[in-house]
Design a binder for this molecule. Structure first.
Ligand code: ATP
Ligand code: MG
Length: 576
């Protein structure tokens, strides 16, 4: 897979050498100045879903940082909770990270690789008197933990080390039922930090593991596995999201107790929150399993797979992450920022094409019947080297229903009786009349005359027209299924739900619109991964699953900014 060029032009962005230094970089630089001789980071996803754009922020930060300081980065699956984890997720995550342009080389790890080592460390902690086997049930542990008031010591807290050692071995050997006992760290049941109130290190669970099979029936908790895995891999900076801030004392406590040769440093940053979007694998799983979307790669999903199928490029996603930067405080990024990163990426290079989404016939009455011609059309006004193509023109055209008004409002520069407009790459035409369906009142045909002197879209006499519309030749156009996407949720913060409500209540019922469109013949053989612009309509790509040469299916990746909607809004405001 091709790796995108560096997105960190010197001195321009948060992550750039010489550019403004985000707080994570400031910490790393201080460590380097203080004698640290290398930078080694990791991305530690739990394989319980597909990666989403929030994860990409973490990937760009972790891997980008290592790249920036000539260090290394690991990909480590945090596979400590087998009941929710699947091989499909392990594979999709690797595919997505590669597609984003990152290469972990031979440094692919699994927390489950360390199960033996972690067990040995646990034994060490018991021997030190820093951990004990507890016979309380989960319910009782919660009860003993307390709240604002201090917790109470477990009655098993002072059991002899030998007994704990024996019980831990027997837990591992499968002598006790699921949930019957736990191994807990012996820290402080009165700590104001709940994470330090004798946290559970191991639980008994007879879950089949995708790598270790049935060889374990006890599994380490996240806090126990994570820091030690970092230490084993020689990670220097363990970067995670803010919710782990008050886990840091525990992270450090385990490392201090074990006194391992490497002591990684945990740094927390604000997770990405995007408007109209939910970034949580647990909720995304629910959308998939509940049939609210067509799958993890549904183009409305904020997953890497969904964005890719929608037509997002890895470059656009990475420059988005670059643009939003890294901070210590929570904030919500407007979805428009993500959309703009795609527009900016595609604008200079996506070939322009014409297609009509809601076609209505436009008959050019003075164009000779049976005749046709090829008109040269610019492939990309942003890029001269893109050249031109020919588009067929004939007496019967199709134009957008929306580009015609039987009665033109003020400042209407498109088709309306008596008005002259430019057909893109074509001619000036003047609307002479139209027909409507006697029952529905819907416009069924528009008529016009063309000025042969305006071939190519310029008049010989210098006469100007304000409006330019796109079109296709009715006889030459091909059918295409076009899928238009809107926000998956109809409120900016879909995770906020009222008492008794559920986030799925906030789903946007019209997030997908499927349209039978007519497009110019040049689009007959466009392949997935070849973005194009339908002029005035948006950027599109062929759907990687459903599109085929004879039956194209196009996803709208992102719309263009709609200037007419803005004019109309202004007019509406002025009118009231
Ligand atoms: P989710 O709730 O989506 O499952 P998670 O944190 O449980 O998220 P992990 O697989 O544990 O998922 O995440 C791997 C890494 O990605 C972690 O370091 C986590 O902090 C980071 N991460 C997860 N969500 C975001 C986000 N929205 N923005 C930035 N980083 C994130
Ligand atoms: Mg997690």
């Amino acid at each position: 897979m091709e790796r995108p060029p560096s997105l960190h032009p010197p001195g321009t962005r948060d992550g750039a050498p010489g550019g403004p230094v985000n707080f994570v970089r400031a910490i790393v630089e201080a460590d380097l100045a203080g004698g640290l001789d290398r930078v080694h980071t990791r991305f530690p996803p739990e394989p319980n879903g597909y990666l989403h754009i929030g994860h990409v922020k973490a990937i760009c930060l972790n891997f980008g940082l290592a790249d920036l300081y000539g260090g290394l980065y690991n990909l480590r699956f945090d596979d400590t909770n087998p009941s929710r984890e699947e091989v499909e997720y392990v594979e999709s995550m690797q595919e997505d990270i590669r597609w984003l342009g990152f290469d972990w080389e031979d440094r692919l790890y699994f927390a489950s690789d360390y199960f033996d080592q972690l067990f040995e460390y646990a034994v060490r902690l018991i021997e030190k008197g820093s951990a004990y086997v507890c016979d309380l049930t989960g319910e009782e542990i919660r009860e003993y933990r307390g709240g604002v008031e201090p917790g109470r010591d477990s009655p098993w807290r002072e059991r002899p080390k030998e007994e704990s050692l024996d019980l831990l071995r027997r837990m591992r050997a499968g002598e006790f039922p699921d949930g019957a006992r736990t191994l807990r760290a012996k820290i402080d049941m009165a700590s104001p930090n709940m994470n330090l109130r004798d946290p559970v290190m191991y639980r008994i669970s007879r879950a089949h593991h995708h790598r270790t099979g049935d060889s374990w029936c006890i599994y380490p908790m996240y806090d126990w596995a994570h820091g030690q895995s970092d230490a084993i891999e020689g990670i220097t900076h363990s970067i995670c999201t803010l919710e782990f801030e008050n886990h840091r004392p525990l992270y450090d406590w385990f490392l201090d107790q074990l006194d391992l040769p490497h002591k990684p440093k945990q740094i927390e940053f604000a997770p990405l929150t995007l408007s109209y979007t939910l970034l949580s694998k647990r909720k995304l799983v629910e959308l998939v399993n509940g049939g609210h979307v067509a799958g993890w790669d549904d183009p409305r999903m904020p997953t890497v797979a969904g964005l890719r199928r929608r037509g997002y490029t890895s470059g656009a996603i990475r420059s988005f992450c670059d643009e939003i930067g890294v901070a210590k405080f929570n904030s919500t990024v407007d979805l428009v920022v993500l959309e703009n990163s795609l527009r900016n990426d595609l604008n200079p290079r996506a070939p322009r094409r014409m297609g009509v989404l809601h076609p209505v016939r436009l008959v050019v009455e003075n164009y000779p019947e049976g005749e046709e011609e090829e008109l040269p059309a610019t492939n990309n006004p942003e890029d001269e080297s893109a050249g031109t193509r020919n588009v067929p023109f004939s007496r019967e055209l199709l134009v957008e229903r929306d580009d015609f008004r039987a009665e033109a409002p003020r400042k209407w520069f498109r088709l309306a009786p008596g008005k002259e407009v430019r057909l893109r790459y074509g001619y000036y035409v003047t609307c002479t009349g139209f027909d409507t369906d006697p029952v529905t009142g819907e416009v069924t045909e528009i008529r016009c005359t063309y000025d042969p002197e305006t071939r190519g879209g310029d008049s010989a006499d210098g006469r100007k027209v304000r409006g330019t519309i796109h079109w296709v030749s009715a006889t030459h156009a091909i059918d295409a299924e076009v899928r238009l996407y809107d926000h998956l949720f109809c409120v900016p913060a879909p995770g906020d739900v009222e008492e008794g409500g559920h986030f799925t209540d906030n789903l946007n019922p019209s997030s997908l619109e499927v349209i039978a469109a007519k497009v110019e013949p040049a689009l007959a053989d466009v392949r997935p991964g070849e973005p194009f612009q339908l002029e005035r309509t948006g950027y599109f790509c062929a759907d990687e699953k459903d599109s085929s040469p004879g039956a194209p299916v196009f996803n709208r990746s992102v719309a263009l900014r709609d200037s007419w909607a803005k004019i109309e809004q202004k007019l509406a405001k002025g009118a009231t």
